[in-house]
Every structure is written in C-alpha cells, then in structure tokens.
Design a binder for this molecule. Structure first.
Ligand SMILES: Cc1cc2nc3c(=O)[nH]c(=O)nc-3n(C[C@H](O)[C@H](O)[C@H](O)COP(=O)(O)O)c2cc1C
Length: 230
C-alpha cells in the first residue's frame, strides 16, 4: 500500500513538473537575450507584408532573433503594478495562459545554439533543453509529409495544456485555447516580418507523431507548427 502511495505521488509530481515547468530556472537552461521592445517596422506594414512561405534559405538565425520570436509567441510582460498579474504578449481567457511553446533547431541553424528540442520558459525568458535530436524530418513526416518543413532553420510548435483552461471554463475553455493559439501565431507572423524573416504555418499533422518528434509531455497538445527562416 505504501509503495502504491509513493508511486502515485511520484507520478503526480512528475506530471505536475512536466505540465507546470515554467516556474523554476535550472542550471541547464539557456538564458535568452532580452527582447527588444522597439522595432523598425510598423504593425500596419507587418500586416500588409505578412505571407506564408514554404521554402527557406540555409541562412542561420541568431539567438537574438529566436528570443524575439519566442517572446512574441508567448512572452511575459512586466508584472502589472495594480493587479499583480503577470501579463503576456497575447490575451488569455481568465489570464490562465495555457500555451506552451517548443523550439526545434538543426545543427548550425541558429548561431551558437546546439541542435535539438527546447521548451520556452517565458517567466525566465530561457530555453529548457528537452532533446539533442534534430527531429525536423520526423516532424515533417508527422505533418502528413510536408517535407519542406525539414528545410526550415527553426520550427516553433505552439502547444497547450487544455486542462488549465477547462478546469475553470469546462468545455467552453477548449475554444478559448484554440483562439489563444491563433493570437500566438499572428504575433509570430508580425514579429517575423519585423525581423525580416518569413514563416509558414502548418495545422495538418498527426498529433501523436508530432508529440513524439518534439518529446511533448502528456497533457500538452500540439496545435500549430510554425516554420521560420530567411
Ligand atoms: C490553422 C492553419 C492551418 C494551416 N495549415 C497549413 C498546412 O498544413 N500546410 C500549409 O502549407 N499551410 C497551412 N496554413 C497556411 C495557409 O495555407 C495560408 O495562411 C493561406 O494559404 C493564406 O496565405 P497567407 O498566409 O500567405 O496569407 C495554415 C494556416 C492556418 C491559419
């Protein structure tokens, strides 16, 4: 009985850790450069020029560009002085923020960043290493063989822990999460334009295969794949 109780405790702790891994900063995490809060392109010009592409050059991205993109996708803003709430770059029903952002890079596709899968910790603006594998081809195959994805220098997967939102809103929370992933996607389009980068969004994929390629933990669902490059 004692053993069953300890096993149950370990599983719950592990699941909790995987789902709510934003809080702590560990020594393996890679601190990202601070996001720049002033750009050279107007929001209007960003919307005007935005375009989905399905081909990229081999020009590597910089860590600064990656930091800026991840911040746009799900970044934290300074804590609100009045409410004390931590705000993000996108709206979220009930201020719950269920989105999780994963980054996939190849060898040398981001200057100074090893290939692999990372989870973005928005609280500390850092990358939490998950795997050292360049799984871009596996991901492309999981996306119903949209093989152009494998040629992208970086791939961002917008995912979500639905239970965070449905715990408060029930089934209606499901649509809230989808709406929030759209806001994150649009932020990425605008930020990419401002950085002189291009991107392509992919929603056609096998969820289980994407989760396997990206080592996305149980309880977190991949919603959109966003391939980014020059
Ligand atoms: C939810 C969603 C899913 C999408 N899935 C795919 C996809 O699987 N493959 C693809 O090549 N493009 C995909 N797209 C990109 C659309 O095809 C693209 O946005 C559309 O053709 C309009 O082109 P534009 O983005 O350049 O304006 C998706 C876009 C969205 C918003």
């Amino acid at each position: 009985m004692k053993l069953i109780k300890s096993l149950a405790f370990c599983s719950i702790t592990l699941a909790w850790g995987l789902l709510f891994q934003e809080a702590a900063f560990s020594s393996n995490d890679i601190k990202l450069p601070k996001p720049v809060l002033k750009g050279k392109l107007s929001v209007e010009a960003g919307m005007l020029n935005k375009k989905s592409v399905r081909h990229f050059t081999t020009t590597p991205l910089t860590v600064e560009q990656v930091s800026q993109l991840l911040w746009a996708a799900n970044g934290a803003l300074p804590v609100d002085a009045i409410s004390g709430a931590t705000l993000k770059t996108l709206p979220s029903a009930g201020g719950i923020y269920p989105l999780e952002i994963f980054l996939l890079t190849g060898s040398g596709t981001v200057k100074g960043l090893p290939a692999g899968v990372y989870n973005y910790n928005s609280t500390s603006n850092s990358l939490v290493p998950i795997s050292e594998e360049d799984s871009r081809m596996a991901l492309a195959q999981a996306a119903l063989s949209q093989l152009w994805l494998a040629g992208a220098p970086v791939i961002v997967v917008i995912a979500a822990a639905f239970s965070k939102t449905t715990a408060k809103y029930g089934n209606r929370g499901i649509q809230y999460v989808y709406m929030e992933s759209g806001a994150s996607n649009q932020n990425l389009y605008l930020q990419a334009e401002a950085l002189g980068l291009r991107l392509g969004t992919v929603g056609a994929f096998n969820e289980a295969q994407v989760s396997a390629a990206m080592k996305i933990p149980t309880g977190v669902t991949p919603l959109l794949i966003v391939a980014i490059g020059k």
